[in-house]
Design a protein around this ligand. Structure first.
Ligand code: OAD
Length: 242
């Protein structure tokens, strides 16, 4: 298998998607048995869907909370936490996953681009998003204790913009001039922007680009290296840090 070498003059940007949590028992979005097969996106993951039927949205996210709560990081997550320990500020993880498993594994230099499944915020007032592990399988819509508005999952839905601060942090890491850039995408179909565009941004900055995925992604051809396989099996042996 190819080896990705990181020396002291290299920084590593990792992008992860649902595939890295598949071996922890969390379903991916696309493909056979993917979450979006059974749940139309516009009903459960859009502002319009929430306005139309907030109870359906909470049933969906309650199921997802209940499904993800007992899941644990797999060897792929643990490998990425180890890279961060070794590389310090020469490491940044941008995840599209909302399951929180990277944090459980130990990653801290991280941005959760699409939000967090176990965080709730108010759809009306500006109170801070808060940790929330409650589930509402009967479709109760929880209300804000401060303003009475409907609470909602702290997830970036289709049609919504990503938190600018997170994109800025990725942008600053890409722009650094002190080290050579390596970009590694893992377990993502390359179908959802802006994350799907990171590979192009990395190439524009002369980055070396790697993809580890169970199947070819939509943007596979943009990567210098494609390692086909399961992240829990591939990642622990992929990277050597000098
Ligand atoms: P997808 O479901 O689109 O893609 C998951 C990818 O992981 C597929 O290409 C699989 O081949 C691959 N895969 C599956 N198991 C794997 C394994 N064990 N090891 C490595 N790869 C594996 O998920 P994402 O690309 O994460 O957004 O989807 C991006 C966004 O679309 C999600 O964050 C979500 C969704 O709509 C929101 O909910 C906001």
């Amino acid at each position: 298998m190819d080896t990705l070498r990181i020396d002291k003059d290299t920084r590593l940007l990792v992008l992860t998607g649902a595939g890295v949590s598949a071996e922890s028992g969390i379903p991916t979005f696309r493909g056979g048995n993917g979450l979006w097969e059974n749940h139309p996106v516009e009903q459960v993951a859009s502002p319009e869907g929430f306005r139309r039927d907030a109870s359906r949205v909470w049933r969906f996210y309650s199921q997802r909370r209940a499904g993800a709560a007992p899941c644990e990081p797999n060897p792929g997550h643990l490998a990425m936490a180890e890279w961060e320990r070794k590389l310090g500020d020469r490491f940044l993880l941008a995840t599209q996953n909302v399951d929180g498993l990277h944090r459980v594994a130990g990653n801290q230099r991280m941005v959760e681009l699409h939000g967090n499944l176990f965080t709730t915020r108010c759809s009306r007032c500006t109170r801070e998003p808060f940790e929330d592990r409650l589930a509402y399988p009967d479709g109760t819509v929880p209300l804000c204790g401060e303003c009475g508005g409907m609470l909602r999952p702290h997830i970036v839905w289709f049609g919504e913009v990503l938190d600018e601060r997170n994109l800025l942090r990725v942008g600053e890491f890409l722009e650094r001039k002190d080290t050579r850039l390596v970009f590694l995408a893992v377990g993502t179909s390359g179908a959802v922007y802006p994350a799907a565009g990171f590979v192009q941004a990395a190439r524009e900055r002369r980055g070396e680009t790697w993809l580890v995925n169970a199947d070819p992604a939509d943007n596979t051809l943009l990567f210098h290296h494609f390692v086909r396989g399961r992240s829990g099996e591939v990642l622990p042996a992929l990277v050597t840090i000098d």
